[in-house]
Design a protein around this ligand. Sequence first.
Ligand SMILES: *Cc1c(COP(=O)(O)O)cnc(C)c1O
Length: 388
Amino acid sequence: MHHHIMPTYASMPVRFLKGEGAWLWDENGNKYLDALSGIAVCGLGHAHPEVASAISDQAHTLMHTSNLYYIDKQEKLADKLCELTGMNDVFFANSGAEANEAAIKIARRFAHSKNIQNPIIVTMDKSFHGRTLATLTATGNLAIKEGFSPLPEGFYHAPYNDINALDTLSKQLPNIVAVLVEPIQGESGVNIPSADYLNKLSDLCEKNDWLLMLDEVQTGVGRTGSFLASQQNGIQADVVTMAKALGNGVPIGACLTSKKATGLLTAGSHGSTFGGNPLACAAALKVIEIVERDQLASRATQLGTQMAEAFKLNLKHCEHVVEIRQKGLMIGIELSTPCLDLVNKALEKKLLINVAAGNTVRLLPPLTISDDEAAQITTLVSDLIIAH
Ligand SMILES: *Cc1c(COP(=O)(O)O)cnc(C)c1O
């Protein structure tokens, strides 16, 4: 770790200087296949030429003016996001955590509009919502909260994928105003709920007059086979947060509202200096244009299914494989024992992967990879797991 960098990440001793598509080059000229995309950020691969041009053109034209003025690219991006998601309006931030902060503030405003003074937002066990004080409190993982008390009040955790538990809770805690949930839990190992979980959750929220707030920071922008993962359930949330893949590496977050969450944040009630600036919005507009034009959501479904089938075949005799979970190009392979060492073993083989929850190999390759690159990933990862 560099002596002037705070050691908040247990970073690996490799420095990438260049990228192209699914490939990265380190300072010694070694070439690596990237099956992680900077944790679901570079969905279009590295140094995408059209995104690079859009950023460069915008940088040569206008980078920042402030939200004190109308911003043309921001308006266009908001229109596009609302067109694609059926949501009403958008607040732009610079990260996933900030998008969720906006969602949390909206839930608090919603509560106060109903005269609930000490509202509760329910989040799920093993969830991940970010590292700011409010979002780490929302996160259902004790390790992430360690040493940061006092934490903000008003959060309660419930078991994921368990509607009955939530229904019971609704009778015990009259102050619940919102549920914040990931359509698929990414950080805790690609946990995919039952196919109708979000539908039932949506019904329960409707019944109790709660906001349904979906954290699509990792699942959004086509990765799971539709622009938003929740669109496969045909539901309309009250709040949706996005970030990671939206700028393909340019920091941008978005908090979208519809229905009863609309109009709660008013002039002066929230803000962000950089949020929605022309540079970030130009990048995101280009990203979305390419995702739509190249039908990358369908491609994610096709490739992801193909890769999961290859894994099922390759690993069918592996007794230490507990489960292979996949939706689009979110893939988790849970092993019966800890397997963090596979990250380094993959790096030696010039492949970037991730291990989530200590025992689940997580793959989030760019949506733009070729069949051949996908096959290289499945072969290399299968070999590593078989040898584990
Ligand atoms: C990554 C992530 C976040 C946090 O995003 P940052 O940009 O790191 O703040 C929040 N929610 C989910 C589901 C994520 O995967």
